[in-house]
Design a protein. Structure first.
Length: 257
């Protein structure tokens, strides 16, 4: 069974069709990329998968179960996490505290149990702290755990955002332009990290990305959107040689051979 299925998905904003009849499947433990020019509907699609926008038409299934009507926090608890094109960290909180925020998505503790200081509450907090530290080790930020998130380099802020998303224990991780603004060294580190996440956490990853070298290196399956419609899908070889994709997006020199 596919990890994620999208069937005839559409989205209208005040009469403007941002997405039209998009259907696709994403297999478990795979890396899929959504590519296309600006305004193609990629982030709109992410926003519908994560419950930010309700679809106008169509269906979204996570392991065969519909996500329609679910709010973003419900979808997060069901196993879908994301990062954003514009990094959204709590810049005045520490690196460690930022990851703890993600961990709390999985806790049963609420305000009342925390105030009462019940034993299981403290146990959960200890487990969350250990998990947060492990994730910071995993992304290479353990030595910066007490530093304010806003003081990190751009590349390390991206890593922190990924660690916080992983703290929610997702089955699917959506990465919205993770390499945007990165220098070549940071992009290489990100590429290695994404592969490591897939292999060690056994996750399904979906990314929106304009760095075609990264896309072609990482992705087992690529879906191309243009003006809200899916115009092609396949592996890197198929996409690089698809006339519609070349005309709409890649151009003759977009990907170095």
């Amino acid at each position: 069974m596919p990890m994620l299925q999208i069937k005839d998905l559409g989205k209208n904003f005040a009469g403007i069709q941002a997405l039209k009849d998009v259907s696709l499947s994403v297999e478990p433990n795979s890396i899929t990329a959504f590519i296309g020019p600006n305004g193609a509907g990629k982030t709109t699609l992410f926003n519908m998968i994560t419950g930010v926008y309700p679809p106008s038409t169509g269906e979204i299934l996570l392991e065969g179960k519909s996500l329609l009507g679910c709010k973003p926090d419900e979808i997060s608890r069901r196993g879908i996490a994301r990062t954003f094109q514009n990094i959204r960290l709590f810049s005045k909180m520490t690196v460690f505290e930022n990851v703890l925020v993600g961990c709390h998505n999985q806790l049963k503790t609420n305000v009342l149990t925390a105030v009462l200081g019940l034993p299981f509450t403290k146990k959960e907090e200890n487990i969350a702290e250990k998990e947060a530290y492990k994730l910071l080790q995993f992304v290479g930020l353990a030595e910066s755990l007490n530093e304010e998130a806003g003081n990190l380099s751009y590349g390390n802020q991206r890593k922190l955002e990924i660690a916080r998303a992983l703290a929610t224990k997702p089955r699917i991780l959506l990465l919205d332009e993770p390499a945007a603004g990165m220098n070549p060294r940071e992009t290489r580190e990100l590429t290695d990290l994404i592969l490591k996440i897939r292999d060690e956490f056994k996750l399904t990853l979906i990314l929106i990305e304009h760095d075609m070298k990264l896309v072609m290196k990482l992705s087992e399956h690529i879906i191309v959107l243009d003006h809200g419609e899916k115009i092609a899908e396949g592996n890197s070889h198929d996409i690089q040689n698809n006339p519609k994709v070349i005309e709409a997006y890649l151009g003759t020199g977009a990907v170095a051979k």
